[in-house]
Design a protein around this ligand. Sequence first.
Ligand code: GRF
Length: 201
Amino acid sequence: TRIVVLVSGAGTNLQALIDACADPAYGARIAAVGADRDGIEGLARADRAGIATFVARVGDFSSREHWDRALADKVAAFEPDLVVLAGFMKLVSEDFLARLTTVNTHPALCPAFPGTNGPAAALAYGVKVTGATLFVVDGGIDTGPIVAQVAVPVEDDDDVESLHERIKVAERQMLVDAVGRIARDGLVVEGRKVRIGTPAP
Ligand code: GRF
């Protein structure tokens, strides 16, 4: 299973996938890592692992649509079976998603707390349990069919950073487990239901 991972930041989720892919039995291989900005640790992690990288900056294109098309072209050139958004802070279009099966990891229990700061929203609401979700990207904001989830407790003395760090420990393991299962058995999306396995004949 060939994967392209898109990142915008530290890339610790990417690193967990890189480490998992070092074992041939894992069944997945990262063909390339892409980003929407330069100079991020996520790209450096890919470089260190000898993985091809590319960057598509929105500002280098005349419109968001042109950027999205160029990004999809760059990703598609690596002929991935699966695209993993791992801390990628941009929305991709329906056209992108029609071409490329894409999953995203979000640091909250969807459908709760969508958007850019799941941990802060969970803390502000006062929930006692939050977590992380891997879902098939569907064009909404963190709305797609759910592949995997993991629950994480909120502690009384948490701030956004401590909570997000606890979530990310569980999130990385969830991502590695779920991508490994997808690599071995495939991914079937039937409406909102996601199954690991092959399509019914
Ligand atoms: C993750 O929690 C991801 O879900 C969120 O941003 C974080 C990215 O972390 N959108 P990293 O870049 O993988 O370290």
